[in-house]
Design a protein around this ligand. Structure first.
Ligand SMILES: [Zn+2]
Length: 314
């Protein structure tokens, strides 16, 4: 049997057909329209197109899984709240079941991505995995003993809102000092801009032109060329990232922690110093068996693959 996964985003709706191993057989991405019914129609259109791209028919599809941002009620298949598209109590599973005639599974997109990496990516074959995605925010999800861990109310594993600096930077969630306020790609860019303004001689000016043009790569590029200001930004970033990751390792001792999102493209430049912090702060640092820290390997496909395979890990 094949499984269909849908990744619902604010910009695009992507659908893919995957096999039970998580290999993508056909994938289609369409722009996300406005309005609940239009979004559901587009999701159905992307699904049919993905099935066709895979050279299959709808009869070959066992079920459909959806990864959606926002507050999700997977049990009832409802998107309770998603600010981006102004979704409130949208019965998305029921709407899609009507359109596609299949059993529908709905999950939070960060959780779906963790499941994807666990089933088919960086954590394939492992017992447990925590995924941390460094993007607009810090997304996270955990698969423990082969099951997605969501908390009793499906709102768990918001590692982005774990405080790593008490009384620190304000966060969009209302707390201060959240992991996300220091380690999202957005936070990295914001901090780079601040440091740039303070240091008119920094190479950051030459590389970016203006603070507005700073992106997630700029501070890494400048630091690699020996710029002291950028070096401070990266050292601080890595320090906070290591702090957050070490706390997650101490909580779960997962077999694998994988890091995704823009900054993870830096590879060992980012991983090696975080591993150094883990060697110092992992409570199990003297154990024979240690958590492996790796880069997420599926990129944007993690969510879609995880969504498709949801019925196998519930
Ligand atoms: Zn927060």
């Amino acid at each position: 049997m094949k499984y269909l996964g849908i990744d619902l985003g604010g910009t695009n709706v992507a659908a893919a057909v995957v096999d039970e191993e998580g290999a993508v057989l056909g994938k289609v991405s369409l722009p996300t329209p406005r309005g609940v019914e239009a979004v559901a129609d587009q999701m159905a259109a992307a699904s049919r197109a993905a099935v066709e791209a895979a050279g299959l028919s709808m009869d070959d599809i066992a079920s459909v899984g959806i990864g959606s941002p926002g507050a999700i009620d997977p049990e009832n298949g409802v998107v309770k709240f998603w600010s981006n598209l102004d979704f409130r109590n949208v019965p998305l599973a029921e709407m899609m079941s009507r359109r596609l005639g299949k059993e529908i599974y709905l999950e939070n997109d960060a959780n779906a991505a963790a499941l994807g990496e666990y089933a088919a990516g960086a954590g394939k074959g492992s017992q447990s995995l925590v995924l941390v995605t460094l993007g607009t925010g810090v997304g996270s999800g955990a698969v423990l003993n082969g099951k997605l861990y969501t908390g009793f109310n499906y709102a768990g594993m918001e590692a982005g809102h774990m405080v790593i600096e008490h009384g620190g930077r304000p966060c969009t969630c209302g707390r201060r000092g959240c992991f996300e306020a220091y380690c999202s790609a957005t936070a990295l860019i914001k901090r780079t801009r601040e440091v740039m303004e303070e240091d008119p001689n920094s190479l950051l000016w030459k590389l970016a032109g203006s603070p507005e043009e700073v992106n997630g790569r700029t501070p890494f590029d400048a630091a690699a060329q020996g710029d002291a200001a950028a070096g401070r930004v990266i050292d601080e970033y890595v320090d906070y990232l290591g702090c957050g990751i070490a706390s997650l390792v101490n909580l779960f001792q997962p077999e694998v922690v994988c890091i995704g999102g823009g900054p993870s493209a830096q590879g060992e430049t980012l991983m090696a110093p975080v591993r150094y912090i883990l060697n110092r702060e992992d409570y199990a640092r003297n154990n024979l068996h240690r958590t492996r820290l790796v880069r997420a390997s599926l990129g944007n496909d993690a969510g879609i693959i995880g969504a498709a395979l949801l019925p196998l890990f519930r």
